[in-house]
Design a protein around this ligand. Sequence first.
Ligand SMILES: Cc1ncc(COP(=O)(O)O)c(C=O)c1O
Length: 425
Amino acid sequence: MCAFYRDDSQQLCVDGLSLAEITATHGSPLYVYSGAGITEAFTQFQAAVAPVSGKVHFAMKANSALGVLALIGRLGGGMDIVSLGELARAQAARIDPASVVFSGVGKSDDDIRQALACGIGQINAESIPEVAAISAIAADMGVVAPVALRVNVDVNPGTHAKISTGQRDTKFGISTDQREASDLYRVLCDDPHIRPAGLAVHIGSQIRNLAPFEAAYSALLTLANELRNAEMPVPNLDLGGGIGVDYDMAGPTDFTAYGKLVERLFKDQGFTLGFEPGRAIIANNGVLVTKVIYVKQGDNKRFVIVDAAMNDLLRPTLYEAHHAIWPITAPQPSIGKADIVGPVCETGDYLGLDRDMPNLANGDALAVMSAGAYGAVMASSYNSRSPAAEVMVLDGKAHLLRGARPIAKMINDESIPDFTAAAKN
Ligand SMILES: Cc1ncc(COP(=O)(O)O)c(C=O)c1O
């Protein structure tokens, strides 16, 4: 069932509350998440990979609100992180560090040291110098680092270029060509400061077709078996994330076919499996509510100027991403196309282009659908705007997860040099 639905009077609702009521209390623009929807998506993903006993690490780059992380933690989820900031968030949400996987191409010495100090479950290394750095730091700390190798299996995921990570010419992973990956895995196995944890792959995001997953997973399996045949332990295979969602219908994602693929490839192969879904858990379980400020009739176009902007939701600007945009009250017939744009001083600042829209006026509210993933996490204070607050509805109550950052606080965090003293020196 869709987390966001229309009630009998056609109001857009989530878990028994109308978005109009929630925005009346918490203001606009506002991210609203469905706790029930997140719970359903996460438990359905767990069920889909249960036949292979998969451990699910939520990719918190998709949404790192502590309330969301804590909810997923209560459902038994671990976390996939890419920075010390995300590690701190996992800890603040009381996620056991042993259930945290550290991904990313550029971990600094400090990242590695702090991850090892807290007992991280697995570091996915992506380069020869990174493995050397992990080894040296582990030796210095007197610990053994659990390290998996993220490999690049040169598979085109068939998604937007900016979120494709599976091809050879991207910065991600160690190439499986010409023995680079197997030679480096041997280095892991021979290093007394490293415990080889296995292999990882992640070929990209918003992948709507299973064929690229099958190609990548088959290549991973071949390599894993080669390593095993060469007497190297490969306990775990981390299959990454990447499952796409329907941005038109904003409905739940069905994980059954993905689960069956994984079962067919990996059942009884003797590997522990890990997964890192992000978008598929939360994209369609969040919306960005925004209110109309003005409607402006241009020469050729109607512009609906709203109070949310690219600083709140960057995806349309960055990826030309499509989000359905629906009125939160009973939808009226369209009077024609309109661009839904924000107040930021960029032509690229829009939430939707050429959308059929009813007559709209100041104060009318719209919901930008499927905004739960890669929405609030990418927000900025561009144009010195305070990014939208975040609310999660749980058991029929709206909980404020994060308030809008007050402008006064942003300004107080800065300082002005003492120009008179500088001039005297
Ligand atoms: C290593 C890794 N794992 C998991 C994910 C999550 O991907 P998605 O949100 O598409 O499931 C990403 C995001 O690109 C990633 O880089």
